[in-house]
Design a protein around this ligand. Structure first.
Ligand SMILES: Cc1ncc(COP(=O)(O)O)c(C=O)c1O
Length: 391
């Protein structure tokens, strides 16, 4: 390996959201990684700061070329330059879209359990969450198309936020599933926002399918959000992109993000995608292997040591979705217990919708030695929790 992901990185006193925890608590919750970013990215930031002037900044041709070339090379999909626009983040883009594409009390469909901030983007902007829960058979998750059609057929439904690949269940949607979403969206005149922020974090050998690449229908009903921030660990830089092949949707989302003032880059946001996509491909490939090995390590440890917890099979993201229903029905209680008594901070499943109530989400994007510490905290915590429950 050229890059050393085993090296622990000290993130204390860096105003890190993830590490804003009590001393002694290991944070394995919010989705960012405890790794230094790729050397080419650090170098690009250093070179830019050497200039010492940080004035208003514009997006250059290199920014467009970097996105277009990456999606063509890595995902086999050609994004046209005039489809693309800069935005400060995927969440700002989604919130803007909700404001622009819904009137008060219209429905936005999401497939729960799903990224918790989707709920905020919908509710805070005066729309309603309409859940199309994923079907769970105790082992794996599937889309429920019968229910999706029912939800789309409500004339109050105008928008869907698709999570592709899916956070927290780690599922990569296949072409047929996405085609069916597109077909139903067109039939009921629903616009699809495809959030593809996790797309570069598929397991080695697995590929995601860009929603807009599926067919002309998917292209015409959708707006897609992409970014280098999740895969290259740059969430604090706030840089993302939106594209749509549909001229009308493109015009509307462009007006939305400009009205909301989330369409202008800071100095780093304008250069970092180039350093990531053009110069850090080998770093990402090694990272993906490291994350995959971490996930396998966690699965094996839990199987051998805490078999009452079931790790849901997945092929994308560094997040593992843990079915804790055999330990307790309300995993929020368990999460609080682990944070207080075992020194381990995970995310509670209920944040991702009621159907996630007996689950916890574990972030595996840290060095192996911390994974081992976290797993031992988890094992100790579960044993103690069960003993106290029995008393
Ligand atoms: C599905 C999904 N979308 C969006 C985001 C955040 O995007 P941004 O930081 O660009 O606002 C996350 C972060 O975890 C996420 O999981």
């Amino acid at each position: 390996m050229k890059y050393d992901f085993d090296q622990p990185v000290n993130r204390e006193n860096t105003l890190s959201l993830k590490w804003d925890v009590k001393p002694g608590v290991l944070p394995m919750w919010v989705a960012d990684m405890d790794f230094r970013c790729a050397p080419a990215i650090e170098k690009a930031i250093r070179e830019r700061t050497d200039n010492g002037v940080f004035g208003y900044t514009v997006i250059g041709d290199e920014w467009y070329d970097a996105y277009i070339s990456w999606w063509k090379r890595r995902h086999g999909f050609e994004i046209k330059k005039d489809w693309l626009m800069f935005v400060t983040g995927v969440v700002p883009a989604i919130s803007s879209a909700v404001r622009k594409f819904t009137t008060p009390n219209e429905n936005v469909v999401i497939q729960t359990p799903v990224y918790n901030i989707f709920f905020n983007s919908i509710i805070n902007n005066g729309a309603r969450v309409l859940e199309n829960p994923l079907k769970f058979d105790g082992e794996k998750y599937e889309m429920d198309f019968e229910d999706l059609e029912k939800k789309f057929s409500d004339p109050q439904t105008t928008l869907m936020i698709l999570c592709n690949p899916h956070n927290p269940v780690g599922k990569i949607w296949n072409r047929e599933e996405l085609r069916e979403v597109g077909r139903l969206a067109e039939k009921y005149n629903v616009t699809v926002i495809s959030d593809e922020i996790h797309c570069d974090l598929c397991d080695p050998g697995f590929e995601y399918v860009p929603f807009a690449s599926v067919d002309e229908t998917c292209r015409s009903v959708s707006i897609t959000c992409i970014a280098p921030t999740k895969a290259f660990n740059l969430a604090g830089i706030q840089t993302a992109a939106i594209y749509s092949a549909n001229e009308n949707l493109r015009h509307k989302i462009n007006r939305a993000i400009n009205t909301d003032e989330v369409a202008e880059p800071n100095v780093f946001a304008a250069i970092i995608p180039q350093a990531a996509f053009n110069q850090s491909e080998d770093w990402l490939d090694e990272l993906r292997q490291y994350l995959f090995d971490n996930k396998q390590f966690v699965r094996q440890f839990i199987k051998e040591n805490i078999p009452e917890i079931k790790v849901i099979d997945s092929n994308a993201t560094y997040l593992l979705w843990l079915d804790c229903s055999a330990v307790c029905k309300d995993a929020t209680v368990l999460k609080d217990y682990l944070a207080e008594k075992a020194g381990l901070l995970l995310s509670e499943g209920e944040e991702y919708g009621q159907c996630g109530k007996s689950f916890l989400r574990l972030n595996t994007a840290t060095c192996r030695s911390r994974i081992e510490i976290g797993l031992n905290f988890l094992k100790k915590g579960i044993i103690q929790f069960r003993q106290e429950e029995m008393q």
